[in-house]
Design a protein around this ligand. Structure first.
Ligand code: HEC
Length: 121
């Protein structure tokens, strides 16, 4: 008698925990794409672009303002004022100490970077 009751209530607790677990997992699943979509929408921002943070930030700085002896600011008048073609050429082929990214980044990734540099004033 007693034993049966205990088993029953244990089952109930397990069930309750599972429901809780599943519903929080469900909420995470539900919110993740929303967060990703929002991150994607802010793609006007160079420094929010993971491609930038992975490939460029070590020289041009996490904020894009450049780092001494490494790379110049990308939010300067000069960089923003350069034409999209010039920026694309520099990123694709490199320039002096700036490495070339041809073959490392896709044309689309480079285009996104160019657009973001143009917008980052
Ligand atoms: C190893 C360091 C290094 C890395 C990594 C690097 N750069 Fe550069 N970058 C430089 C240097 C140095 C210059 C200056 C070249 C010159 O004019 O002599 C430069 C110049 C530039 C310029 C021209 C700026 C201007 O004012 O004329 C752009 C645009 C640029 N980099 C974009 C990028 C992007 C985008 C990435 C990532 C895909 C990147 N760089 C990665 C070092 C780097």
């Amino acid at each position: 008698m007693d034993g049966g009751g205990t088993i029953f209530s244990t089952d109930l607790v397990t069930w309750g925990t599972r429901v809780k677990y599943f519903s929080s997992a469900f909420i995470v699943l539900l919110l993740a794409p929303v967060a990703a979509a929002q991150a994607g929408r802010s793609d006007g921002k160079l420094t929010d672009n993971p491609v930038y943070q992975t490939n460029c930030a070590k020289c041009h700085g996490k904020t894009g303002e450049g780092r001494h002896f490494a790379g110049p600011s990308l939010v300067s008048e000069k960089a923003v004022g350069a034409s999209s073609d010039e920026l694309r050429t520099i990123i694709t082929n490199g320039k002096h100490h700036m490495p070339k990214f041809e073959g490392k980044l896709t044309a689309e990734e480079i285009s996104t970077l160019v657009r973001e540099i143009k917008q980052s004033k």
